[in-house]
Design a protein around this ligand. Structure first.
Ligand SMILES: CC(=O)N[C@@H](CCC[C@H](N)C(=O)O)C(=O)O
Length: 377
């Protein structure tokens, strides 16, 4: 596929961001591209709003998996692109438009340049939530077309184009979403003593939650609690009967996740007593940490470092989450950061990844997959 085709694909995808399990237009668009490839070279299966594409090897002894996530985020785009999101309030602000484009670039390479082994592409929905990786992997299709190894990448705005960064072992954190609903007693703004104000309770709880990281988690074992959204009340002169906190928990160890949740539950009980309210906690979606298989990752880093066009760096662990963690928990594999050099970071309304990074990733992955296809399992 020509470079200009890939750029066009990225821009087309950027225009139609959709959130988890609602990626209908995205799926239709991807299928419209994939179905242009010769039918005898590929098998296609849809799964919910995702797609599996098996590029058939000439004499397959194994299947090499490559996963791209396909969902966008509920963010109102503020870039200066002329190909901005056509879905108000939604944006590809985590680079999944590039992830999909790169996967199509790799896919087209192996359709046009057959190798011995099969290459399985997983266009996976709902990475940002509620999580598509685990159910997609447990689907009957994935059981039939089970890859022997699996790889994926994530764009990194902080790194220059040409940079590949990863590490053997733990790369991304364990995550859990966090939703807390508080219900008290509303009333007239002038008579607070007759009410139980849930705005005050929610503010207090947000501050208390921050003490967990500071005082209950081993400082050498990092954790994050972020409350990204608070809603509550109705108008300025009514004391709020309800409030809701929406957030996420990140921990480097599985044990710390348990400890953080115990402490959240204790503090929420305290707020119930202290503010005479009822509270419910919902942990939403949880993602397993991304733990890169050590031998494969080291081999990938050494292989890629052999190409002087790239700058291969040893990454640090990050508190980002990725449901790709479920895939590498079951199948040997790894994920890496791809430098895309943007002044604004992931989940920012002005994220503008450099499109040249698409060609770097396609080049790195086509070379690496071809190399692996010449190896025994
Ligand atoms: C790479 C990335 O940004 N991933 C997301 C995954 C979100 C998981 C879940 N919805 C949560 O918020 O816990 C991230 O925010 O790290």
């Amino acid at each position: 596929m020509y470079k200009e085709n890939l750029i066009q694909i990225r821009r087309d995808l950027h225009r139609i961001p959709e959130i988890g399990f609602q990626e209908y237009k995205t799926q239709a668009y991807l299928l419209s591209i994939i179905k242009q490839f010769p039918a005898e070279r590929i098998d296609i299966q849809t799964w919910k709003t995702g797609i599996f594409v098996l590029v058939k090897g000439t004499n397959p002894r194994k299947t090499i998996g490559y996963r791209a996530d396909i969902d966008g985020l509920p963010i109102n785009e503020e870039t200066e692109y002329e190909f901005q999101s056509e879905h108000p309030g939604f944006m590809h602000a985590c680079g999944h438009d590039l992830h999909m484009t790169i996967a199509l670039g790799i896919l087209s390479h192996f359709v046009e340049n057959p190798i011995t082994d099969n290459v399985l592409f997983l266009f996976q929905p709902a990475e940002e939530g509620p999580g598509g990786a685990e159910p997609m992997l447990n689907s009957e299709i994935a059981k039939t077309w089970r890859p022997d190894i699996i790889t994926a990448l994530h764009i990194s705005p902080e790194l220059p184009v040409g940079t590949i960064s990863t590490k053997p072992g733990l790369l991304f954190a364990n995550t859990s979403e966090l939703f807390i609903d508080l219900k008290g007693k509303g009333g007239h703004a002038a008579f607070p003593h007759t009410t139980n104000d849930m705005v005050v309770a929610a503010c207090s709880l947000v501050n208390q939650l921050q003490t967990i990281v500071a005082r209950n988690v081993d400082p050498l074992d990092s954790a994050v609690i972020t409350v990204g959204k608070i809603t509550g009340g109705t108008v300025q002169n009514i004391i709020a009967e309800n409030a809701r906190l929406e957030g996420t928990i990140r921990t480097l160890s599985i044990q710390s996740m348990e400890r953080v949740k115990e402490r959240i539950e204790a503090l929420v009980k305290g707020v119930e007593i202290g503010y005479s309210c009822k509270a419910t906690i919902d942990y939403g979606a949880m993602y397993h940490q991304v733990f890169n298989e050590e031998t494969l990752t080291t081999e990938f880093m050494e292989f890629t470092a052999g190409n002087t066009d790239y700058n291969v760096q040893l990454a640090k662990e990050a508190m980002t989450g990725e449901d790709f963690g479920y895939m590498v928990d079951q199948i040997p594999g790894f994920m890496f950061w791809l430098g895309v050099d943007s002044s604004f970071g992931l989940h920012h309304a002005k994220l503008m990844p450099a499109e040249e990074a698409i060609f770097v990733a396609v080049d790195v992955m086509t070379k690496y997959i071809s190399y692996k296809a010449n190896q025994q399992i």
